[in-house]
Design a protein around this ligand. Structure first.
Ligand code: SF4
Length: 270
């Protein structure tokens, strides 16, 4: 039977990545909107602490780019209950990213329609300088991201496509991923127009596939590692024990991030 999508369904990095990780999870979460509370890791509290610390760090950078006085922000960072914030903020102030020139837009959300599909993307920072855009993504992971995996991720493919379409931009787009635990090794991508077009085609094919599947085509993943960090695992009879932090790889951390985001906001919009 043909799948009925919610009206005005909005594609995002997280729902498309969920689809690639497990079609059935996508179906439960975004089509059926089934909430199935379960502990995602045995260290949920630790994960939540890390996540909230990351959010506060992002807020500090946002305030910095809005023009708040650095002295005030240093004070806020020093008073933070997690002392990593102060160290991270000092690292940021000493980096080239504290001196960016051109037109700067922090925490910028873009919604756009491409090929009759709605998309939403939230950029940590956009810079427009010398006729070119650069996308910045701040990461506060516990592990240094793998360049090849990032290159293939929906985020890396989708962000330049949405920017290019929304701003009718034909120029190359740079994408810089700055991981705070490896501040001297940013991961830098530079996408030429043709590469952005290729990624646009990939996104179109993927959304075509998702939209035209029958209910029965949303099958369970064969990669049972995904199930360990999935809140639906007891629903699916894929085990009851949550994963440990150590069992999580980079994809796992992204999946948990997705879990927290989608359980905090309208699942259709994230
Ligand atoms: S438990 Fe496994 S099969 Fe079930 S939705 Fe989650 S990832 Fe998919």
């Amino acid at each position: 039977m043909k799948t009925q999508f919610p009206n005005n369904f909005v594609f995002s990095q997280s729902n498309m990545q969920t689809y690639l990780n497990c079609r059935y999870k996508f179906y439960l979460r975004y089509i059926q909107k089934l909430t199935w509370p379960a502990q995602v890791t045995v260290d949920d509290l630790r994960f939540e602490e890390d996540r909230n610390t990351g959010i506060r760090f992002h807020q500090l950078l946002h305030q910095y780019f809005l023009g708040f006085k650095p002295e005030l922000l240093i004070q806020i960072a020093e008073n933070d209950p997690d002392n990593r914030i102060s160290t991270w903020f000092q690292t940021f102030l000493a980096s080239q990213y504290a001196q960016l020139q051109g037109k700067i837009e922090s925490e910028k959300t873009i919604t756009t329609c491409i090929n009759d599909r709605n998309f939403i993307v939230k950029y940590d920072l956009l810079q427009f300088k010398d006729g070119q855009y650069t996308i910045y993504d701040w990461k506060t992971s516990n592990k240094v991201p793998n360049r090849e995996k990032l290159m293939d991720s929906i985020q890396t493919r989708l962000y330049p496509v949405v920017l290019s379409e929304a701003y009718q931009n034909d120029q190359p787009i740079n994408f810089i991923i700055w991981e705070i635990i490896a501040p001297n090794a940013p991961i830098v991508f530079s996408f030429l127009k043709q590469e952005i077009l290729n990624n646009g085609r990939y996104i179109k094919e993927l959304t075509d596939e998702i939209l035209f599947l029958d209910n029965s085509d949303f099958f369970k993943t064969s990669n049972t590692r995904q199930c360990k960090i999935c809140e639906y695992r007891s629903y699916c009879n894929r085990g009851t024990m949550p994963a440990t932090f150590e069992e999580l790889d980079e994809n796992g951390l992204n999946e948990i991030e997705d879990y927290w985001i989608t359980n905090g906001y309208d699942a259709n919009l994230v």
